[in-house]
Design a protein around this ligand. Structure first.
Ligand code: CP3
Length: 350
């Protein structure tokens, strides 16, 4: 392993700090995953997905796979956003071909059955994964820790599964906002401690995934998305002033320019539906931006992918920009297309 570069020399951290870079850094959401045969080989050795996430050696191994194959500038800890409900004592399992299943929390009694007692014991393997990674990553690669945002995590905790329009959580929030607030508060407190422990173990930047932020009207967007993320950001800043946070609030379109000023995050993830000129003119002046190639263009590959990548790099690069997809890479993606994408970005110069 190469000597670690000082933090300020890692391209990904430089870009997040707003410092000039030779070319934009890149990583890919869900970069460790089923599109890679080497991931599937390790994954096949543990049946249960929660147990897989909590096996530090295996989680570390699959985190390193895309870095070794494609040379990303950052590695994201391999885990899942539903490890937080697991830590709080909620039953969480993943059904092959269907997705996550949780014992739904639908009442204040249900919330009262969850607690922070035993949380760090239940999720401690994640911190161990971070410690292993900070020893084993190449010296120029930054390590990203993450958690789901309280709203998105709540949508799964309440429905007990993925729901196309997040109806159960939205209805609870409309019918009984104070009751629902208690759930958001609990997740918020857990997330602060969980991310703080990841930083103490070696995470150099953090991403908060609010995949379902786009299902909320503006009053609720403020209360359930901006306010909890602002609390998490402020609590982390008090303890770790130097660790940047990326907020990924998918689907909020015209509200994106408000995300950084209203929450304090340094960087804003951009989904594929947001026009690049809007990102450049309205979001980038107030935050570093990250995104936003359509994951299906990496399935298609070829000229369509390369032309779009060039446009994104030219419009948003080189500074205050991290290249990424607009959402996670999908399982049917040919790894050769990710290799071609990686080459294009590594060789690109302004
Ligand atoms: O980006 C990375 O490489 C880090 C690992 C990571 C995973 N999930 C691994 C995973 C991260 C950051 C996540 C985040 C996550 N998990 C989100 C938010 C971001 C997003 O993609 O919208 C959400 C909503 C989840 C919840 C989740 N996890 C669902 C709905 C599913 C099932 C659907 C599916 O794709 O299978 C998962 C499972 C999951 N998480 C897998 C992986 C690699 C696939 C499970 C397997 O390998 O068997």
């Amino acid at each position: 392993m190469a000597e670690p570069l000082s933090v300020s020399e890692k391209r990904f951290l430089k870009a997040l700090a707003g410092a000039p870079v030779d070319r934009p850094p890149f990583w890919i959401m869900r970069q460790a995953g089923r599109y890679l045969p080497e991931y599937r080989a390790v994954r096949a050795t543990t049946r249960d997905f929660v147990s897989f996430c909590l096996d530090s050696e295996k989680a570390c191994a699959v985190t390193l796979q895309p870095i070794e194959r494609f040379g990303m500038d950052a590695a994201i800890l391999f885990s899942d956003i539903l490890i937080v409900p697991h830590g709080l004592g909620q039953g969480v399992r993943f059904v092959e071909g269907e997705g996550p299943r949780l014992d739904p929390v639908t009442t204040e009694t249900g919330i009262a059955a969850l607690s922070m007692e035993g949380f760090h014991d239940r999720v401690g393997a994640v911190y161990e994964t971070v410690r292993l990674l900070s020893k084993r990553l190449p010296g120029d690669v930054a390590l990203i820790g993450f958690a789901g945002a309280p709203w998105t995590v709540a949508t799964y905790m309440v429905a007990g599964q993925g729901t196309p329009e997040q109806k159960p959580a939205r209805l609870w929030a409309y019918r009984d906002p104070d009751g629902f607030q208690a759930l958001i508060d609990l997740i918020t407190e857990a997330t602060i401690d969980y991310l703080a422990a990841q930083v103490e173990a070696g995470a150099e930047a953090l991403q908060i995934f609010d995949t379902w932020a786009g299902s909320l009207p503006e009053t609720e967007l403020t209360r359930w998305v901006f306010e909890p993320i602002a609390r998490i950001r402020a609590a982390l800043r008090a303890r770790f002033p130097h660790v940047p946070v990326i907020g990924f609030a998918k689907g909020i379109g015209p509200a994106l320019p408000q995300l950084a000023p209203r929450t304090g995050v340094e960087a804003v993830g951009i989904d594929s539906a947001v026009p690049l000129s809007f990102v450049r003119d309205e979001v980038q002046p107030g935050a570093v931006v990250q995104g936003n190639l359509d994951p299906l263009l990496v399935v298609a590959g070829g000229k369509a992918m390369h032309d779009r990548v060039e446009t994104i790099l030219k419009t948003l690069g080189p500074d205050r920009f991290v290249f990424n997809l607009g959402h996670g890479v999908v399982p049917e993606t040919p790894p050769e297309h990710v290799a071609a994408l990686s080459r294009q970005i590594r060789e690109w110069r302004p």
